[in-house]
Design a protein around this ligand. Structure first.
Ligand code: G6P
Length: 360
């Protein structure tokens, strides 16, 4: 397996580097004969027939699902619920008349998600698995499959599969929206290509992320990630990455929610990473940063070009407002990676974790 890793010290670094390529592969894989994005006709039919989508997933895939909800609701106008698979089995919500269940799973083997699939099949509802592994259990057992085309992901901490999940969810929502005659004012293919280039720009200047990791996380015992709207979901994923590989206690929060309790944890020097990619909430999230800074926090603002301000620690390339997770997650992945390195942690095989969890 050293051969597959090539010159990379870790699979995680290699897999983060592959992210622009993964997006380009997804564009190709979902390109129809006329050059437009497309998905399998049966899957499109199932999506259009549904009155509500139920996304079921665990871990990083759950975080991708939260973004998928936004895509289906904002682009296609289809209501969506996102559920943690281990909860759904015994705490099932009331279902709509014509639900479609979407299982998001990198491995296609997660037992928590599979037990929901088994139950849903018993109930007779249609199912779609979005996975990286063709022929995996959840792919075989669901009615339909959409593939992530991310290539094998070896590092336990998921990076390129997350980016692929977000991209495939965007494609699926976009194609459904178009089929339903929604007037979308952007060309997703083009916007995904821009996002791929944006990721490349961040990867090409990884040294900056190494500096940030050293500056903010070398000795800290905890860290917060905040954002609003879609940035909130990426904050959750940023915090999970840091926990998984560096063992630093981290939480992702909706910026406005901090003051309702968690701000009590802010001490002199507490690192707070704030994502600022959404113009509509830019002032609000910057207000939250001021609140924590006034209590001693050490804030690191990661802003998108176009909504950035003087003093922001990192400015990431501008992309379509719905696609910001594809680029904003990358600096958070890299910061976690370097924080783990500084702390001499086993980046690819963190303690207590498994790549796919086949027990409930
Ligand atoms: C494990 C992995 C996580 C992953 C989760 C869900 O806990 O360590 O990285 O997000 O399972 O896996 P799945 O294969 O279903 O996406």
């Amino acid at each position: 397996s050293d051969i597959e890793k090539g010159t990379y010290p870790h699979y995680m670094l290699k897999e983060m580097d592959e992210q622009p390529t993964v997006i380009r592969k997804i564009i190709q894989a979902y390109e129809g004969e006329n050059g437009d994005l497309t998905i399998d006709a049966n899957i499109l039919e199932a999506l259009r027939a549904a009155d509500r989508l139920y996304i079921i997933a665990a871990g990083t895939s759950y975080h991708a699902g939260l973004i998928g909800k936004q895509y289906f609701e904002k682009m296609a106008g289809i209501p969506v619920e996102v559920h943690i698979s281990s909860e759904f089995g015994y705490n099932m919500p009331l279902l709509s008349e014509k639900p479609l269940f979407i299982f998001i799973t990198q491995s296609g083997e997660t037992a928590d998600s599979r037990q929901v699939l088994v139950k849903i099949k018993e109930l007779g509802y249609p199912t779609l698995t979005i996975t990286n592994v063709p022929g995996s259990t959840l792919s075989r057992e669901a009615d339909h499959t959409l593939l992530l085309h991310a290539g094998p992901e070896i590092a336990v901490a998921s990076t390129k599969a997350y980016v692929a999940q977000v991209a495939v969810l965007a494609v699926t929502a976009y194609v459904t929206a178009k089929a339903n005659g929604k007037g979308l004012e952007f060309d997703l293919k083009q916007e995904l290509a821009i996002a791929a280039n944006g990721i490349q720009t961040i990867i090409d200047s990884k040294d900056v992320l190494e500096d940030i990791a050293e500056d903010y996380l070398k000795i800290s015992r905890n860290a917060f990630f905040i954002g609003r709207n879609i940035d909130f979901y990426v904050s959750l994923e940023g915090a999970l990455k840091l926990k998984e590989i560096s063992y630093i206690q981290a939480e992702g929060f909706a910026g406005g929610e901090l003051k309702h309790g968690t701000i009590a944890l802010i001490e002199e020097g507490t690192p707070v990473f704030a994502l600022v990619t959404q113009e509509a909430v830019g002032l609000n999230i910057r207000g939250n940063v001021k609140e924590v800074a006034a209590r001693g926090a050490y804030p690191c603002i990661i802003a998108m070009a176009g909504v950035d301000e003087d003093g922001d620690r990192l400015v990431i390339p501008q992309v379509h407002e719905l696609l910001t997770p594809l680029v904003s997650v990358v600096p958070l992945q890299l910061i976690s990676y370097y924080a783990a390195l500084h702390r001499r942690c086993d980046v690819d095989k963190p303690r207590n974790l498994a790549k796919s969890v086949t027990v409930e």
